[in-house]
Structures are given as structure tokens and as C-alpha cells.
Design a protein around this ligand. Sequence first.
Ligand code: BGC
Length: 523
Amino acid sequence: MAGGAIAASDGRDYPGKLTFKVFVTCVIAATGGLIFGYDLGISGGVTSMDSFLEKFFPAVYEKETSIRPSENQYCKFDSQTLTLFTSSLYIAALVASIFAATITRHFGRRTTMLWGGILFCVGALVNGFAERVWMLIVGRMFLGFGIGCANQSVPIYVSEMAPYRFRGALNMMFQLAITIGILVANLLNYFFAQIEGGWGWRLSLGGAMVPALIIIAGSFCLADTPNSLIERNHFKEAKEQLVKIRGIPNVDEEFNDLVSASEASKLVKHPWVTIFQRKYRPQLTMAICIPFFQQLTGMNVITFYAPVLFKTIGFGSSASLMSAVITGTVNSLATLVSIFSVDKFGRRTLFLQGGAQMFICQVIITIAIAFKFGTTGNPGELPKWYAYGVVFFICVYVAGFAWSWGPLGWLVPSEIFPLEIRSAAQSINVSVNMIFTFAIAQVFTSMLCHLKFGLFIFFACWVVIMSLFIHKFLPETKGVPIEEMTIVWRNHPYWRKFVSSDGDASGPGGDIQLEKDAVEQKV
Ligand code: BGC
């Protein structure tokens, strides 16, 4: 098999190329990441706009503007209501992703995406016209419901559509869309903040409608995945679809395996219970640990609060927003590196390299901030070269994240779950991601206030732990067809004792193999 050493030993090599159709389909679907990214990027900038703070959070505004240079700078943004504005969305997304599992399983991935777009659109409208804090929070909850639906369905959709040899690169379009969303949001904040009259934040928040309309329009153009069609008994349509997306007339082998996996999955009536069975321990562990660790890299401290962070370390308001644009650009460009290398070097190499890079930068940033800002957060006169130096290492750190934990945090979970638990497991993945996105968003300003320059060391320790985890527990999944992933666990020195003896339902060689004749009769 062309794709990888593991599958080559006992896996299949499905024919089929990367067709134009599948490429365009995956790109359209991946734009679902735009809404998530736009939101991640917009709130930090908006909360650093004075007119916005003055209208909705006057206490924070007063504290920020009246603080004297001799007082502690690390604490000037410490407000739980302000962080609730940012974080409320992620709680809503968590709830939505649990419901989205059922929609995805019974109505297909596409319907879930469509709902994601609609809910997000409503949220953008409510926020754009907000007059009171409660309207902001309600609006953000709608946005959260939208994101929960999109993040639940898009990564699975792309992984199922993609030919397995290009799955990594195509799936990472989702992360690329996230980073583009963040960048566009940062740029718009920069320009809208300069609008006379201080109402630019309305455009920033209401602008979320644009990515929402893109995903709505996109989901009308998309067909559902063959896996999902088979799961809903549309065998004929599924086969036609597979022929179209693989660009070859004979897709029997892959089709039969998909049907086998689907038959096995139908024996599972309660995926939420099944996923706790011993044989799914590796997948469950990854569904929890990968998103947990992704958030503990500390990346979102930069994503949400780069302007606040830069303001804290002495940049002016517009310089802070501009620095966020710079980190946003690095984030997008570095994601491209990952897209072009993930199916070549594999997931593990990127995880470990990115981890090492982030760790080194976090240590340097800590020393640089500690040295100049001390415990008061007051650098006195900060030389320009020093500030640029800090921004430079923040950018190298962002690049490390952008070609490792950023995209892989979505790719790896979406490709390792067998069909029978795929929707439920993806919901766990999204929920854990959202809980910790929420937690970081909620506690960041008070962490900064209490840990001061030590903030980055806290995350650096986690980066060491997660790299060790990857090294010991994550098998390489590059080049393994998605419905054959069971092989990598069977071959893994630690996980093999969980999966080998009690029969795996989903892969060829498992206990439940549909008779090929029966399959053919259905078509
Ligand atoms: C993460 C987000 C993060 C973004 C940054 C995503 O993969 O899930 O939490 O803000 O990457 O690029």
C-alpha cells in the first residue's frame, strides 16, 4: 500500500485518486471552520476597544483607564463578567455538540452543518444589535450552538470524503479555515476600532454573519458522505457517490468495507454506552486527552487575549490590535506547512516537533517578561527592540502550535473512531475542547493577575506532559484507511491488550464481517 507502513502489513489499498470534486467538496465543507475561527479572533479585539468596554463593562473600563503606572498592570483586565462574555459561547457549543451527535448520525453530516450556519447567523444578528450585556451573552450562546454543530460534523465529513492518502491534508483545511477566520477577525477589529463614534464593535460582532452565510450556502451544495448514506440505508446513492468522489468505476472493495463497518455499527444501539467498553479505551482516551492537551498548550491565551496581553506589556491600543494581526498571519501560514507535510512526515513527528518548539518559546517569553516586567507588570520605558523580541518569540510559538496541536487536535480524533461510535466520540472530543476553551477563556485574566510572568511556565509544563503522552500512547495513523484504523491499535505495544482479543466490530478481520453477497444484494 502506498500510504504507510502499518496498513501495508495487513490493511487494504483502495484505488482512487484525489479528484477535483472531492477537493472542492472538502474545501467547501472546511469553510465550516471559518465561523469558529472568526469567533475565536473577534472577542479579544472587541474587549480591548474602549467604546465597547465603556458601554457594556464600565467598571472594567474605569479600572483600565484609571490605573496608575505604579499599580499592578497584570491585573487591570481582571473581570469575571468580561471573561464570561468570551467564554459563554463555549459552554453553549459544548451542549450543542452533544445533540449534534444524534443529528449527525440520523440525518447526516450535512444537515448538522446547515444548522450550525443558521444558529450562528442568529447569534451574529443579536450581537450586532446588542444594547445590553444580556443580549451579548444570548447572542454568544447562539454562536456557540452553531459552532458546536459545525465542529461536530465538519471534521468527520472531511475525513470520510477524503481518499485516505490525502486525508491529513484535506482535513487540515478545517484548521486552515479556523486560522483564516481568526485572521480576518483580527484585521476587521483593527480597522473597525478606528471608526469615528466608537460603534465599530457592532460591525465586528455582526460581521460573523458572513462566514455563517458561507457555510449555509456551502451545505446546500454538498452531498452527504458515502459512510453516512450507508449508515442511513441509502446504499445505491452511496455507491454512486463513492464512484464520483473516487473518480473510478470500480469502488467495490472500499464500498463493501464501508457496508461491513456500517452493519457492525448498527448492532450498536447505544453508542454513548458502547464507547465505554474496554475495547474502545484507546479511542476514548484520545477523544478526551487530545482536545484537553490542545487547550493546555496555552494557545488560546494568545488567540483571545493577544491585544489585551500586548496592551498589558505596554503596547498602545492600535499597536496591540496590529500585533494580533501579525500572530494571526503566522498562524495561517504555518498551518500550510502542516497541510503539506502531514501525510508525508506523519502525525507523531509534527506533534513532537511542535511541542519542543512551543516549550522553548514559552521559556524564553517567560524570562523576557520576568526580566523587564517583574511582578508589578510595569516595565518603565520599554525599548522597542525588546517589545519586538517578545512578539517574535510569541510568533515562533504560534507557528509551533499551528503545524502541530492546532490541526492535529482536530484531525487525529476524526480519523480514529470506528463508525459505530464515531458521532458520540466526536461529540466527546468537541465537548472536552469546549470545556477547556471555556476554562482558559474564563480564568485567563485572573491567571495573568496571579501568576504574572509565570503564566507561560504553567503551560510549558503541560506541553512537556502532552509530548510524553504522544510519544508513548499515540500510534501513527498516516496512510491508514479510516475504516481499518483498528489495525494501528492492535499493533500498538500498549493498546493491543485492550483491543485484540475481544473482537473488533468495525475492521476487516474483526468478528462481524458481512457476507459480500449480502452486500451486493443491497446495491
Ligand atoms: C483550536 C482553537 C484555537 C485555534 C487557533 C484550534 O485548533 O481548537 O482553540 O484557538 O486552533 O488557531
